[in-house]
Design a protein around this ligand. Structure first.
Ligand code: NAD
Length: 335
């Protein structure tokens, strides 16, 4: 058994990144328990570890799970993550991402676990002052989603001082791709991410709208940093191991450091699938920076993390393999 005995609670483990992380943790020798209310997750995505159905805001239920499974660490994915929705409905985002996460932290403070790995985001940086973005870049979110994640990053310092929690905040850039064994993949509803939307457009789903083609970038479309979901999962295993070994709290970017434009992604989807991606040009979205990509060196040295799928082609290939075999995603009757 990896770690120091007991289980790892994976909140949001029925979701996209959490389900891949549950697999990676299991493969690294950890005993995994998934805690999810299935508001956006899928029962079928929980392939590693038992599923406890519950809400993160229910402190008693979280405490009960921590005790029952002898949990020594929490890897926390459960949250809402649609930037546009967070601007329209900030109350929902603050309630789930802030109040809900505080429920988990309060339960941890009252029970045994002392290690916390947190799904944060590059959205905590806001409009970049420079790219690539290092961890030292000022954090000035420009939407409610990024703000809710920053609130928790800040709270963690106080929980560490007062309750002795050690934590690692992982600031992901754009999660993409699917499990290379085809066991799990991306299935958001509605789908907000570019690669699955481009694949859907290529296979007869609704057409793709590109938000702005007049940015000051080589082809006029936005540049983003796509990081494979299994590489993200691997970084969580490394973060947990670092906490177990050193108890040292810290924050790391998770990105490849290689920017790709929206048009490049569309071209790659066309090449990999052999299908045309119909797309139209729409207006820019407010708050969409021209370029967002990571300085990835801190995670590479601090966590010895090296992406296994650093190139767009292999990311899109795994996504395509998943969507081709699961054109409607997980079995909707089980979610
Ligand atoms: N997908 C990305 O590109 C990306 C980028 C940066 C950060 N993140 C962060 O990563 C995490 C996971 O993202 P994802 O793409 O896997 O999302 P997802 O929606 O697929 O997974 C989230 C999971 O959390 C569960 N959940 C939500 N609220 C809950 C609650 N109150 N109680 C219990 N379970 C709850 C959902 O049912 C779902 O299974 C989120 O915290 C998100 O903010 C994602």
């Amino acid at each position: 058994m990896a770690g120091n005995g007991g289980s790892v609670l994976v909140t949001g483990g029925a979701g996209y990144i959490g389900s891949h992380a549950a697999k990676a943790l299991h493969q690294a020798g950890y005993r995994v328990v998934v805690y999810d209310n299935l508001v956006a997750g899928h029962r079928e995505a929980v392939k590693y570890g038992e599923l406890v159905e519950g809400d993160i805001a229910d402190v008693d239920a979280v405490r009960d799970a921590l005790r029952r499974y002898d949990v020594f660490a929490v890897v926390h994915f459960a949250a809402f993550l649609d930037v546009g929705e967070s601007v329209r409905e900030p109350a929902r985002y603050y309630r789930n991402n802030v109040v809900g996460t505080l429920g988990v932290l309060e339960a941890m403070a009252a029970e045994r676990p002392r290690h916390f790995v947190f799904s944060s985001t590059c959205a905590t940086y806001g409009e970049p002052l420079e790219v690539p973005i290092a961890e030292t870049h000022p954090q000035q979110p420009i939407n409610a989603y990024g703000e809710t994640k920053l609130v928790i990053e800040r709270a963690l310092r106080h929980f560490e001082r007062a309750y002795g929690l050690s934590w690692i905040a992982l600031r992901y850039f754009n999660a993409a791709g699917a499990d290379p064994d085809g066991e799990m993949g991306e299935d958001h509803s509605p789908e907000i991410h570019l690669i699955p939307r481009a694949i859907s457009a290529a296979t007869g789903g609704s057409g793709l709208q590109v938000f702005g083609t007049d940015y000051p970038t080589p082809d006029g479309t936005c540049l983003r940093d796509y990081v494979h979901v299994s590489d993200l999962a691997d970084a969580h295993v490394r973060a947990l191991q670092a906490l177990v070994e050193t108890g040292q709290s810290d924050a790391y970017n998770l990105g490849t450091g290689r920017p790709h434009s929206v048009r490049e992604v569309i071209d790659t989807v066309q090449r990999v699938t052999g299908l045309e991606v119909p797309w139209t040009t729409g207006p820019r979205r407010p708050g969409d920076p021209a370029a967002l990509y990571a300085a990835p060196h801190k995670a590479q040295t601090g966590l010895q993390w090296t992406p296994r799928f650093p190139d767009l082609d292999s990311i899109v290939r795994t996504a395509w393999a998943w969507h081709r075999t699961r054109p409607t995603g997980y079995d909707t009757s089980s979610s």
